[in-house]
Design a protein around this ligand. Structure first.
Ligand SMILES: CC(=O)[C@@H](O)[C@H](O)COP(=O)(O)O
Ligand SMILES: NCC(=O)COP(=O)(O)O
Length: 264
């Protein structure tokens, strides 16, 4: 029995789930040998406040999330059967060993290099398709949903679906950079067209990177079918001021303001 995949699919009724990325809690923790702030305590508090998922990106250099964090979070989440565990990373680096061991609900494949400052691009299809097929197939056989981290390129959506991906995660940095500028609507339309192409190809849709309390509602109001947003950097920064619980509630309010009820 897959330890983390729920017996029944975790369906949020097409509503947008909030998955909190805990990378930056681990980043701060790693600056001393004191074990604080605790990653598992952060997870417990954001889940008690209503978050529907936890996301981590255990990079090969362990600059933030470590392998031990992943196993401790997997253990914690056994007590939260309706919560999704999303583990991100490059499947050609360390990620597949983690997926085989933990079998989270979702694996998000990201084409980062080992020392990359942060994620800053999606997969190139069809160029990357040949090597992605095998790891997508293996991951799905393990009962783990596959999401491909993708730029807002409508023309790549069919190729992502043909590879067997269940979802694409729209890389939202371009939107976040344009938000509040005269280019906002033009850039947003690229995401709308990409989401429409993804849905037409039979893919489900996630989104993430640089989303925050200012730009989230406009994105969800415009872009159809977003099942999950994974948010870390801005959310943890907000939590330094507001606390985890009030911050999660505020992000849920942003989702609800978009007219897309937050997942229950
Ligand atoms: C894939 C993505 O956009 C982010 O989830 C990524 O985890 C950010 O990584 P850092 O937190 O190391 O910047
Ligand atoms: N996949 C995006 C994610 O998990 C968090 O990205 P960010 O909010 O830290 O930019």
């Amino acid at each position: 029995m897959n330890p983390l995949v729920a017996p029944e699919p975790l369906v949020h009724g097409g509503r947008t789930a909030l998955s909190v990325n805990l990378n930056k809690v681990a980043l701060l923790r790693n600056t001393r040998h004191l074990g604080i702030p605790s990653v598992t305590r952060a997870a417990q508090q954001v889940l008690e406040a209503g978050a529907q998922g936890i996301t981590v990106h255990p990079r090969p250099d362990e600059r933030h999330i470590r392998a031990t964090d992943v196993t401790e979070l997997a253990e914690l989440l056994r007590a939260w059967p309706r919560i999704e565990f999303n583990i991100e990373g490059n499947p050609f680096h360390n990620l597949m060993d983690v997926i085989r061991a933990v079998r989270p609900h979702q694996a998000t494949f990201v084409p980062d290099t080992v020392g990359q400052f942060t994620s800053d691009h999606g997969w190139s299809l069809p160029e990357d398709a040949g090597r992605l097929k095998a790891v997508i197939d293996e991951t799905r056989v393990l009962g783990v949903r596959v999401s491909l981290f993708m730029d807002p390129e409508p023309g790549m959506m069919r190729a992502a679906a043909e590879l067997g991906a269940d979802r694409v995660e729209l890389y939202t940095e371009a939107y976040a950079s344009a938000w509040g500028t005269p280019r906002q609507d033009e850039v947003l339309q690229r995401y709308v067209r990409t989401a429409e192409a993804a849905l037409a190809a039979g893919l489900e849709i996630n989104a993430g990177h640089d989303l925050n309390r200012d730009n989230l509602s406009d994105f969800l109001r415009a872009v159809p079918g977003v099942m999950e947003v994974s948010i870390g950097h801005a959310l943890i920064a907000d939590a330094l001021e507001l606390g985890y619980a009030e911050t999660v509630r505020d992000y849920q309010r942003c989702i609800q303001r978009a007219g897309v009820p937050a997942a229950r």
